[in-house]
Design a binder for this molecule. Structure first.
Ligand code: 0O2
Length: 211
């Protein structure tokens, strides 16, 4: 039984490993050009089997339809400093020809009722296997550091309370989502100043490194 799932998840694992390298590569390319990178860091994971089964059950997805109907078994996350960076990253991803974008969900312009904000791309990614090419779906979530902070905390609380938050926690999470939104706005306002400081800082680090 376990082996069946290992085999099923193998191409997803390969896709996450490959995409992590590819998306991190974008950040390196910006750094090499000595310009501000719109990508701060990249993470990736294969959804754990219990979460796959739980979601399939919740959303009534038959297990033999997982390949087509569960879009986030392979998940990548790209964190940005500024909200404007998200657009830039999405534009670059749209020009790539190693995957096809099948869906875009803009939870930034249209935040979820929970307060969740993030930009989601669902892609169809070809994995090369010894049995030929397998196309799998993967979800790339692009968000600012502030959006990520909120989502991470909310996600663990969600887990603790199984989605049924006590009223005071729910109110606090709403206020925290507002605060994260305002933080993003403030950071965007002083973006020029921050970036100048970061360029000077990285030049200093470089000249120290070459001593
Ligand atoms: P995990 O644990 O992150 O892997 P849904 O119907 O909302 O369950 P759907 O239709 O698959 O989800 O797509 P959607 O809305 O784009 O959400 C997919 C993923 O986005 C979620 O994966 C979360 O990672 C993230 N997400 C969406 N809404 C919220 C939210 O309100 N709070 C937080 N913290 N994250 C959210 P999963 O399946 O929840 O699982």
């Amino acid at each position: 039984m376990m082996r069946k799932w290992d085999l099923f998840l193998a191409p997803y694992k390969q896709a996450v490993d490959e995409l992590k390298v590819k998306l991190k590569g974008m950040r390196n390319q910006f750094e090499m050009q000595g310009v501000h990178s719109p990508i701060e860091f990249v993470t990736g994971r294969v959804k754990p089997l219990p979460s796959i089964l739980h979601k399939a059950n919740k959303k009534n997805i038959p297990l033999d339809k997982l390949v087509d109907e569960m879009q986030d078994i392979a998940g990548l996350r790209m964190m940005c400093q500024f909200v404007d960076d998200i657009k830039k990253v999405v534009e670059i991803l749209r020009t790539r020809n190693d995957f096809e974008i099948v869906e875009e969900r803009d939870y930034i312009t249209h935040k979820k009722v929970s307060g969740y904000r993030s930009y989601h791309l669902v892609i169809r990614y070809p994995v090369q296997t010894i049995d030929g090419e397998k196309k799998i779906l993967a979800e790339i979530q692009i968000r600012t550091l502030a959006m990520n902070f909120w989502a991470t905390i909310e996600h663990s609380l969600n887990y603790k309370y199984s989605g049924e938050f006590p009223k005071d926690i729910e109110d606090r999470l709403q206020r925290a989502a507002e605060a994260a939104f305002r933080l993003d706005e403030e950071m965007s306002q002083i973006r020029g100043e921050i970036q100048e400081a970061q360029v000077i800082f990285s030049q200093k680090k470089e000249s120290k490194g070459s001593d």
